[in-house]
Design a binder for this molecule. Structure first.
Ligand code: MF3
Ligand code: CO
Ligand code: CO
Length: 285
């Protein structure tokens, strides 16, 4: 048991009563209402956030520069090589490489591929849409983000699903503030996606991140009818809605990674790593 005058458990060097005491009391009340209390290891301190910001510089740098490489004739292997080299040159490690046996340094998911597409010797062609998903580990800190890119001119429906997925990410982030529940993210995203005639992938979600690639909580992008975990300042997690043109159902290919829409229709995704602040959130990358 921690006393009011002890140093706070968060590492701030402040007294508990001047730091997390009130937050803990509020969480206890919410826990009694059926919400889930976040573990203390999910709360990043100042030093951790500093580390995450440095990691985020690399992830953002890649996503800012990779777009000019996306054009007809370029292979996803070439995109992967860029991500790999850029990360190593800056002292980082591409976290996907070797993650549960994943063979490359980023994910490249084209058209009907929902996520976890493996870079290969396949050339992009005019009209393709592609998600490039980058995760960097720097000095033990992970940041994870992805964006959609278009190859030349794309169809109106392709642009529409890209825009919808981006709006879904914004709407999800707008739910983030201290003492909100993670369940509110999925509730808001699903309602919006359905209003646009699209569906929300259920088999994958966002995730806590920080000192690990994938950490609690699982962040659902649809309504799970559960109360969920409570957000408090210092928590870091991703929101990464995958929005499908047709069914939300998916298949995993023989490579054990590539997730594709079951009906072969388009899918789009955007991802940010965000930090819960005292009055809302901040996009780390
Ligand atoms: N970056 C993905 C995510 O958003 C995870 C990729 S796992 C990998 O969570 F092994 F495929 F890289
Ligand atoms: Co992620
Ligand atoms: Co990612």
């Amino acid at each position: 048991m921690i006393s009011r005058n002890d140093l706070c458990w968060c590492g701030s060097q402040k007294k508990y009563k001047k730091c997390h005491l009130q937050i803990d009391e509020k969480l206890t009340a919410l826990e009694q209402e059926g919400y889930i209390r976040p573990g203390r290891h999910l709360v990043m301190n100042e030093k951790d956030i500093e580390g995450l910001r440095k990691s985020a510089v690399i992830t953002k740098g890649i996503l800012d520069q990779v777009g000019e490489r996306v054009k007809p004739g370029v292979t996803t292997d070439e995109i992967d090589a860029f991500v790999h080299q850029y990360t190593l040159e800056r002292g980082g490690r591409p976290a996907p490489l070797g993650y549960h046996g994943f063979p490359k340094s980023c994910c490249t998911s084209i058209n009907e591929v929902i996520c976890h597409g493996i870079p290969e010797n396949r050339a992009l062609k005019e009209g393709d849409i592609i998600n490039i998903d980058v995760t960097t580990e720097l000095e033990g800190y992970f940041t994870d983000a992805s964006r959609m890119f278009t190859v030349g001119e794309v169809s109106e429906k392709a642009q529409k699903i890209i825009d919808c997925a981006k709006d879904c990410l914004e709407i999800g982030m707008a739910q983030v503030k201290p003492f909100a529940s993670f369940s509110e993210i999925g509730l808001a995203i699903e309602a919006y996606a359905i209003s646009k005639g699209f569906s929300v992938v259920r088999d994958f979600g966002g995730h806590g991140i920080g000192k690990k690639f994938h950490e609690d909580p699982h962040v659902s992008h649809y309504d799970t009818h559960q109360k969920g975990m409570i957000m408090i300042p210092g928590m870091v997690f991703t929101i990464e809605p995958m929005i499908n043109e047709g069914t939300y159902k998916l298949n995993i290919l023989e490579d054990d990674w590539t997730a594709v829409t079951r009906d072969g229709k388009l899918s789009a995704q955007w991802e940010h790593t965000i930090l819960v602040t005292d009055d809302g959130y901040e996009i780390l990358v």
